[in-house]
Design a protein around this ligand. Structure first.
Ligand SMILES: NC(=O)c1ccc[n+]([C@@H]2O[C@H](COP(=O)([O-])OP(=O)(O)OC[C@H]3O[C@@H](n4cnc5c(N)ncnc54)[C@H](OP(=O)(O)O)[C@@H]3O)[C@@H](O)[C@H]2O)c1
Length: 255
């Protein structure tokens, strides 16, 4: 059995990704917050919803998906039952050091998923406490593997990895919307423009992932001398596209 505390945007996305990709919903227990959001999601996906953290006692792994404001009160409740469990917190401020301070010497991890976990195509960075064994890590991989890629990194890199993989779905959405606007400006209907832009983003990403060439070489392959694509690439440079992306990451990193 696995437990969740909080099933909002990211908790709900991870749970949805698990269930929609074959993880048994009967193996999931969720303690929700004050609204009836968790109950509605539970009715939809079939997992059990409970009212108290203590009711997660029979789980082996607990994922914490509450915001920073609720973290410490949740940890205080969790402390009673945490001893023999693997605790994984998605909360941005839940460093491994902080989790251990609040829970004692239990096995804790800090993970930052992104929203594509919802469709099993997520990218999650994770940092484990020193007392996590290889078998414990395999256990977490075997669960979060249902939601996409899981990559272990030192905690110092978790924040920037969370920005590059976690804030960027919104950046890509803006790009897709702009590309679709351009298609409409030049005569495509909106639906076809969105289909083309989204289909391209999926296909180009798959190609970038599977190709032996890096993205720069893939770009070189489709830019024939004096052709339309290199003219478009030059316009992106002229209007500061590359710099805008770097500045977007800077802005996300600097509170
Ligand atoms: N959204 C993302 O893409 C993302 C990605 C990675 C990490 N994170 C981090 O994950 C954390 C949560 O973000 P979020 O976007 O998912 O926020 P959110 O949508 O506000 O979800 C937080 C959930 O926690 C529930 N909650 C609050 N107190 C609780 C308690 N005592 N027991 C059980 N549940 C409780 C709330 O339920 P009620 O509303 O019903 O009270 C709410 O559904 C943040 O620290 C964020 O930085 C988010």
């Amino acid at each position: 059995m696995i437990g969740f505390i909080g099933a909002g945007s990211i908790g709900g996305a991870v749970i949805t990704g698990l269930v929609k990709n074959g993880f048994d919903e009967n193996e999931i227990i969720v303690k929700g917050g004050h609204s009836n959001h968790t109950k509605l999601l539970g009715d939809q996906l079939g997992f059990q919803v409970v009212k108290k953290v203590k009711q997660l006692e029979d789980t082996e792994v607990i994922f914490i998906a509450v915001g920073a404001n609720a973290l410490d009160s949740v940890l205080a409740e969790l402390k009673e039952i945490a001893t023999d469990k693997l605790i994984v917190a998605f909360t941005g401020s839940a460093s491994v050091t902080h989790l251990k301070q609040e829970l004692g010497n239990v096995k804790v991890a800090h993970a930052i998923p992104n929203t594509p976990v919802k469709v099993g195509a997520g990218f999650t960075g994770i940092t484990y406490s020193d007392n996590f064994t290889e078998d414990d890590k395999k256990k977490i991989s075997s669960i979060l593997g249902y939601t996409g890629q899981l990559v272990e990194v030192p905690e110092a890199q978790l924040g920037i990895l969370g920005t590059v993989a976690g804030c960027s779905p919104a950046f890509l959405d803006v790009f897709i919307e702009a590309l679709s606007d351009a298609g409409v400006k030049h005569g495509l209907n909106r639906e076809l423009a969105y289909d083309a832009a989204i289909g391209m983003a999926i296909g180009a990403s798959k190609l970038a992932k599977q190709s032996e060439l890096n993205v720069s070489a893939l770009k070189d392959e489709v830019t024939s001398p004096g052709g339309s694509t290199i003219r478009g690439v030059a316009a992106l440079e002229e209007y500061g596209f590359r710099n805008a992306v770097i500045k977007a990451v800077d802005a996300a990193e600097n509170e």
